[in-house]
Design a protein around this ligand. Structure first.
Ligand SMILES: Cc1cc2nc3c(=O)[nH]c(=O)nc-3n(C[C@H](O)[C@H](O)[C@H](O)COP(=O)(O)OP(=O)(O)OC[C@H]3O[C@@H](n4cnc5c(N)ncnc54)[C@H](O)[C@@H]3O)c2cc1C
Length: 488
């Protein structure tokens, strides 16, 4: 294997301590699945050599940790890779990528494992698991953080908040930085600081040829452009360098809660109100069900700035209609950032469809309210965009959807697998009713047809295909919102 040169001298001895468990199983070779879906057998000696080359571990079915490693957040997904390379560093990722590339083996890359459609695990291929690569190094003076490709958003938040700094992260702290960032990255501060990709200064990327490339505005600038919105199509990001911003960890925020009967009026008010808000304000309505079983509309707010100004900005919302509850006030941002960790916990059956709302028209509000049943569809929600996210040109990064009001999600989650068909059908029905009011979708969330996905990259698609063709001509990295190279 070419990449063996990256391994430390002590590695063989260290690996011997973990590898024997699988070496007995590989005697006759390991059955696996190729990129084109054909069955193949991985040579026993090569599998053993891969295992010995890793600073992390190679897991096969039956090994301790194999089932935990292949389990991802969405309980609907149950796939069994032939091999799982639990990588400890970039050299491990290079070895794993080279192994798969040389054999045309199907590859999945797991960052935080929060892909709704389950793109981070595969049946019969090689899963590259980055869960050991979770370091976060903050340089408070330069206001930057260098973060491992398998780190979780909560780890980034915790490390930056300690220095009164922050960058845009999402609303559930156990989501991975990897998938989140490569697809765009929305969060409560994106209107002020931009999307996660707008804060990526550089990344280290292992491309399909096994090379480790540093990408930034000055180095490999095509790849730097492509990974900011083009997902995992171009390689495995082993680290990201983020721009950080001064941030007071006590923000002004909370929720105003309305009975769902008022949802239409509140959303019509929100349509206008949200257009006039300063960048510091993030306001996101959520349709859900109260502990008593009643449908409610929660309007969650967060102001990343001066608290007095925040009081003025949120006053019209708090005075609107007849809310059941209002807990807006000074609040720990970390508390807000972990508020949904439990509700959105691991292991539930989950199905989601989403799309961008260019303008929140009365017809869109009507469709949103009419179709939310609060039974088969558990939740509908907005991710409030605009502000700084809209000031970046659509072709400045691979992320084309800059001029939209919000991202709108329709989500079902449940425990009993017997309910799956009816739950999925209900989410799809709601989505069909919303489609006329939406334009494009967040590639991080939907599992759509190839044609729809390609169209969704908009005018950036052609450039993405060129870069994909140059760096991944055989489409090794295909389990994502896939861009096909010209040759494949
Ligand atoms: C509970 C929950 C809350 C969410 N909240 C938000 C939110 O607030 N804002 C938002 O924008 N999105 C949010 N999302 C969507 C989220 O951004 C995507 O699901 C994202 O793909 C998750 O990244 P991950 O690393 O955890 O996922 P994974 O399942 O590990 O990976 C997802 C995709 O990214 C690829 N990938 C992951 N890491 C790397 C890497 N280091 N290098 C190359 N490819 C990689 C994988 O191969 C796969 O194609 C949420 C999702 C969930 C489930």
């Amino acid at each position: 294997m070419k990449r063996r040169t990256f391994c430390k001298a002590t590695v063989a001895a260290a690996a011997a301590a973990t590898f024997p468990a699988c070496s007995t199983k590989v005697a006759g070779g390991v059955p696996a699945i190729s990129l084109s879906g054909e069955e193949l057998t991985l040579e026993a000696a090569a599998v053993k050599e891969l295992g010995e080359s890793l600073n992390g571990r190679l897991l096969l079915s039956g090994d301790d940790g194999y089932d935990a490693a292949r389990t991802i957040w969405n309980g609907m997904i149950d796939k069994r890779p032939a091999l799982i390379a639990v990588c400890a560093d970039a050299a491990d990722v290079q070895n794993a990528v080279t192994f798969a590339s040389e054999r045309g083996l199907l590859v999945a890359v797991k960052g935080g494992g929060h892909s709704f459609p389950g793109k981070s695990v595969c049946e019969g291929g090689l899963m590259i698991d980055l869960s050991l690569m979770r370091s976060v190094e903050v340089n408070a003076e330069e206001k930057t953080a260098v973060v491992g490709g398998g780190a979780l958003l909560g780890q980034l938040d915790t490390a930056t908040f300690a220095h009164n700094l922050a960058t845009t992260t999402g609303i559930v702290s156990h989501t991975g930085v990897g998938g989140f960032t490569l697809g765009g990255g929305f969060g409560r501060t994106d209107r002020k600081f931009g999307l996660a990709i707008d804060n990526v200064l550089a990344a280290d990327l292992v491309t399909a040829d096994g090379q480790l490339r540093h990408v930034s505005a000055d180095e490999n600038s095509d790849l730097y452009w492509a990974i900011r919105g083009g997902g995992g199509n171009f390689g495995v990001a082993t680290s990201f360098t983020y721009q950080l911003h001064p941030f007071e960890p006590k923000i002004f925020g909370g929720s105003v809660v309305y009975p769902f009967e008022q949802a239409k009026d509140v959303l019509l008010f929100y349509a206008e109100y949200s257009e006039s808000l300063p960048d510091e304000a993030n306001v996101e309505p959520i349709g859900t069900v109260s502990p008593e079983g009643d449908k409610i509309l929660v309007v969650e707010v967060c102001y990343a700035g001066d608290h007095k100004k925040a009081e003025q900005v949120f006053a019209p919302l708090r005075a609107f209609g007849k809310p059941m509850f209002d807990d807006i006030g000074p609040l720990s941002y970390q508390e807000l950032q972990t508020k949904y960790d439990g509700v959105m916990g691991h292991g539930l059956q989950n199905y989601l469809k989403s799309g961008y709302i260019p303008e929140l028209t009365p017809a869109a509000v009507e469709a949103i309210v009419e179709n939310f049943d609060g039974e088969n569809v558990s939740m509908m929600w907005f991710q409030h965009l605009g502000g700084q996210t809209a000031r970046v040109a659509p072709d400045a990064t691979a992320f084309a959807h800059r001029k939209v009001h919000s991202n709108f999600g329709i989500q079902g989650f449940w425990t009993d697998e017997a309910e799956s068909d009816q739950r999925i059908a209900a989410v799809r029905k709601y989505y069909a009713a919303m489609e006329p009011h939406m334009a494009g979708f967040y590639t991080n969330l939907n599992d759509d047809t190839e044609k729809k996905t390609w169209g969704n990259y908009g005018s950036n698609y052609e450039r993405l295909v060129k870069i994909k063709t140059e760096f991944d001509p055989h489409n090794l990295f295909r389990l994502n919102a896939n861009i096909r190279p010209e040759s494949a």
